[in-house]
Design a protein around this ligand. Structure first.
Ligand code: G16
Ligand code: MG
Length: 215
């Protein structure tokens, strides 16, 4: 009954959070402070500049100009892209490729809905670009999750009504964005965190087309 599945990238298809963490940590360390992996959880699904603001807050760094902030974000992104350029299809999360292919085989359209401006390069490295009928990412949206823009644009690109879409998300803000779009939300992660999702599984290896029909 659902006509499209829209997938978040980081945390659903691949775990790039570890690389984001390493690069942000390096930036923080160069400024003389550190932050924990637990704090890093708060950066999931959050845009690059909003992530930087949170990190500067943790380090009590005040007074940086917009130009300096742009320079910091660019520096972090260079370290980050150095790491993601080394990625291989081995890093695709368990069951992700199989589930997306299963959707396609069942006539369900597929899209990526990510906050990341690096989405095209990540999908290319994973050799997954062709698996998606539409790709909406940080290069084409201006309003961050929980604003529904990214998923509404995905539905529009697929030519499917929002109510016919199911979103797969690992971030709280992403689940909210899906619900704000009038879509169903499958949480990828822990039920304690993703309390608003219609159903939560630990990964796409634990989700089936039969479960999709029951949403
Ligand atoms: C991802 C990550 C975020 C990251 C954001 C922007 O979102 O979860 O941590 O800050 O993309 O990434 P970039 O700096 O590459 O533009 P998503 O929506 O794929 O989970
Ligand atoms: Mg995510």
């Amino acid at each position: 009954k659902y006509k499209a599945c829209i997938f978040d990238l980081d945390g659903v298809i691949v775990d790039t959070a570890v690389y984001h963490y390493k690069a942000w940590k390096r930036l923080a360390n160069e400024m003389g402070f550190d932050f924990t992996e637990h704090q890093n959880e708060q950066l999931k699904g959050v845009s690059r500049m909003a992530s930087l603001e949170l990190i500067l807050g943790w380090g009590q760094v005040t007074g940086a100009t917009e130009t300096e902030k742009e320079e910091m974000a660019t520096r972090k992104n260079l370290w980050y892209t150095d790491m993601i350029n080394q990625m291989t299809p081995d890093e695709i999360l368990s069951g992700a490729e199989e589930f997306v292919q299963g959707c396609r085989d069942a006539g369900i359209k597929t899209a990526i809905g990510s906050a990341s401006k690096n989405t095209p390069i990540i999908l290319a490295k994973l050799q997954l670009t062709q698996l998606f009928d539409a790709i909406v990412d940080g290069n084409s949206v201006s309003k961050a999750k929980p604003n529904p823009e990214v998923f509404l644009k995905g539905a529009e690109a697929l030519g499917v009504a929002p109510t016919d879409c199911v979103v797969f998300e690992d971030a709280v803000a992403g689940v909210e964005a899906a619900l704000n779009a009038g879509m169903k939300a499958v949480g990828i992660g822990s039920p304690e965190m993703l309390t608003e999702a219609d159903v939560v599984v630990s990964g796409l290896d634990k989700f089936t087309l039969a479960m999709l029909e029951e949403l």
